[in-house]
Design a protein around this ligand. Structure first.
Ligand code: SAM
Length: 183
């Protein structure tokens, strides 16, 4: 009998099993606030990543596009059903709601006082805030957040796409917990 080649793509049932193992080893709660993120493909993409990293809630703020938008579905691929989300409210209200649910609120933005993402404390129950494609996080949002973290960039670019920034930040939050489970 031949042994199965371990270097083959996992089958869907294998992936489900693998995800279950990581789920059992993940305690920190993760949430998002999306302030005036309007691009439907960005919204769909963020929801898919949020579902993959086990984010439990997304608060929409300002004029953010809801994931029910038909274009958002093209990138969400139905994963938005796995994440609780709330209709848009003013950003200060979304921050208050996240705090009431026990989250520390960390804005992901390039500000003068922001710390590099890999040095930011993202463990425990954390709600990450992403800003709009055009104007970034509003002053009201930055004022309301507990702290700010930025993604260091080496190339000559002003910023990365908001869905990419969300993915990097969620991955880093999970990485910090997995690298140091007690922290
Ligand atoms: C495309 S950026 C907004 C850029 C906008 N032109 C500005 O001047 O603020 C959209 C959002 O992505 C996130 N973002 C993008 N690049 C980032 C970085 N290097 N560090 C932290 N956040 C970033 C932030 O949440 C930002 O509000």
């Amino acid at each position: 009998m031949s042994t199965p080649n371990p270097r083959r793509q996992l089958k869907p049932t294998d992936v489900k099993r693998l995800n279950r193992t990581w789920r059992r080893n993940t305690e920190g709660r993760l949430a998002l606030i999306l302030e005036s993120v309007t691009g439907p493909f960005n919204i769909g993409s963020i929801f898919r990543t949020a579902a993959a990293f086990g984010a439990e809630t997304v608060w929409l703020a300002g004029n953010a596009t809801p994931p029910t938008n038909p274009k958002a579905q093209k990138t969400a691929l139905g994963t938005d059903r796995l994440v609780e989300w709330h209709e848009p409210v003013p950003v200060a209200e979304a921050v208050r709601a996240a705090r009431e649910e026990g989250f520390r609120v960390v804005a992901v933005e390039l500000t003068g006082d922001a710390v590099p993402l890999h040095e930011a404390k993202l463990g425990g129950d954390v709600c990450l805030v992403l800003g709009s494609e055009d104007h970034g996080c509003s002053p009201a949002c930055l004022e309301a957040a507990d702290s700010v973290a930025y993604i260091p960039q080496v190339g000559r670019v002003g910023s990365v796409n908001v869905a990419v920034a969300a993915a990097i930040a969620m991955a880093e939050a999970r990485r910090q917990e997995w690298a140091s489970p007690a922290g």
